[in-house]
Design a protein around this ligand. Sequence first.
Ligand code: TYM
Length: 334
Amino acid sequence: MIIKKLVFSGVQPSGNLHLGNYLGALKNFVELQKSADCIYCVVDLHAITTFQEPKKLRNNILETTASFIAAGLDPKKSIIFNQSAVSGHAELAWILNCVSRIGWLNRMTQFKDKVGSDKEKASVGLYIYPNLMAADILLYKATHVPVGADQKQHLELSRDIALKFNKDFNCPDFFPLPEPLIPKNISRVMSLRDGTKKMSKSEESDYSRINLKDSADEIKKKIKKAKSDSAPIPDNLSSLEKKPEAFNLLNIFSELSSINLDKLINEMSGKEYSAVKNDLADLLISQICPVGKEIEKLMGDETYLLKILKNGAEKAQLKAEENLKKIREKVGLI
Ligand code: TYM
C-alpha cells in the first residue's frame, strides 16, 4: 500500500522559544513544508498539564504562532493551528487512553524527570501527556514527525499505541506507524551552563539558553559567559566529546555555519574558546535576531495571528473529522 507522506508536529506554548526549539524542530518544519503536506500545531492542551496563568497562556499561544511564522512557516503551505480549537485531539486522546498501557507510561523518562520525587502531586494530565501526543499524530494519520531527540521515547510510544489499536480492532494498516525525523547533527542543543542538560525553557537561569527574542547584546553576554573549557580546542572529536559544554558550543557553531564538525575541529584546534565565542555570537546574532524581531513585529498584529489560527483550525478540523468518523466506527461507537 502506498501511503502519502504527511508531516505533523507540535510545540508547547509555554513562553519564549529558544535555540533548542529552533535547531531541533522549527528549522526542520520549514524545510519539510517545501516537499510535504505539513500540519503544525501549537499544543495548548499539552501546556496546561502544568498550571498556566490564563492571560499568559493566551499570549504564549499567539507568540508561538508568531514564532512559527517568523521562523519561515507559510500558512498558505502548512496548516497552522492551536490544538484546543480541534476537539478531536481530546476525543481521540480518550480513546487512546483506553488502548495505551499503564506499564508503557510508567517507562516515560520525561515524566519521571519532570516530577522527580513529587509524583503524587503531579496532574493526571501530565502522566497521560504522551497519549495525547499520540492522538495529535494519529488523528491526521501522520507518517512523519519532526522533533528533537528528547521526544524520541514519546514517538516510540505513539507507534506502540498505533500498533495495538490496529491489532485490537483488527485493522492492520489503519494507523500508519509514525516515523520520527530527528536532526542528524544537532538533535539535542544543551544548556550553556551545564552541557549534560538539554537547553530548556524550564531551567532557572536565563544564561542557560539563547531565546529567539534575545537582543544582540544579550546573545553576546550569554555566549561570553557560556561554560567551555580551560584547555585549548582539541584536535579530534572524541576528546571534544569528553567536554560536554565545549562540544555543545562547537556543535552549535557547526550547525549555524554549515561547516562539518570534523572540519571545524581541524580549523580551530589549538585555539582558545574565547576566539570561537566571538564568531559564534556573530553567527547567532545574524540568524536568530531577525527571527526575534519578526516575532515582536507579528505580536503587534493580533488580528493577523488569530486569523492564521482560525483558518488553520478549519482545515485541520475537516481532516480530523473525516478520520475520527472511521475511528469511531472501528471502535464500535455510534
Ligand atoms: P516542546 O514544546 O518541549 O518542544 C518543541 C520542539 O522543540 C524540540 N526541542 C529541542 N530540540 C533540540 N534541543 C533542545 N534542547 C530542545 N528542546 C526542545 C522538541 O524536541 C520539540 O520537537 N511533547 C512535545 C510537543 C508535542 C508534539 C506532539 C510533538 C505535542 N504533541 C506531536 C510532535 C508531535 C513537546 O513538549 O515539545
